[in-house]
Design a protein around this ligand. Sequence first.
Ligand code: SAM
Length: 224
Amino acid sequence: MDKQAIELSERQGRVEGMNASQPAERRELSRSDERVHVYRAQWSFERLSQMIREGDSVLNLGAGDCRLDQRLARDHRCEVVSLDVDDYNETELPLVLYDGLHIPFPDDSFDVVLLIFALHHAEDPAAVLREARRVCRRHIIAFEDSLISLADRLVFRGFHRFLKWSQGFPLPQHEWPPQRWSELARDIGLAEIAQKDIGRTFGYLASRHMAFVWEKTDAADRTP
Ligand SMILES: C[S@@+](CC[C@H](N)C(=O)[O-])C[C@H]1O[C@@H](n2cnc3c(N)ncnc32)[C@H](O)[C@@H]1O
């Protein structure tokens, strides 16, 4: 184990009230659901592996099934910590559960923090992003749906209602256009260094997706 890995596992061990997911609590998946989850992880992995350096330490905030984390660890040599408010873990990786507001890691713990289709599910996205900024050393990468027109929002709603009906996933809390995510990031002291159209996961059944890459500016840390 290299120094970075040792630091990470020590950090995980130090987390107060940390819960690792137990295999017995995991949900039963149908074969077709599993194929969809494997495909989604592959889809996100293909895009993220161009944005994250091999060997980076990564916090996946809102990790969901943790399959992406498994790919990043195995195929991109990343040291990944999976964090979520609920346990959807379908892997053998440990999952850290938290209260959705206070990330249980010290400042500047990770090279990269991921928010993959997670921010629109957070009750208070500003609080989550502020915490992501605190624990991040280099970049925050968020994938969000590009909700500009009414048609985009209707597709988004229909897709999430289907997910709730078929798999019991919660409905989104926010239907924001890309500009609103960019403004939120800017307001909490993040500079947007890229915003990119990354296509659609499920053709016209799902909305178009955007990747945002944000980095810390010093302004928010300066005391008046
Ligand atoms: C649509 S799922 C995406 C899961 C995974 N990132 C993926 O792309 O497959 C949204 C995830 O955000 C999580 N979530 C909701 N509120 C959150 C919060 N405040 N902080 C972190 N994750 C949150 C949910 O529990 C869920 O796992």
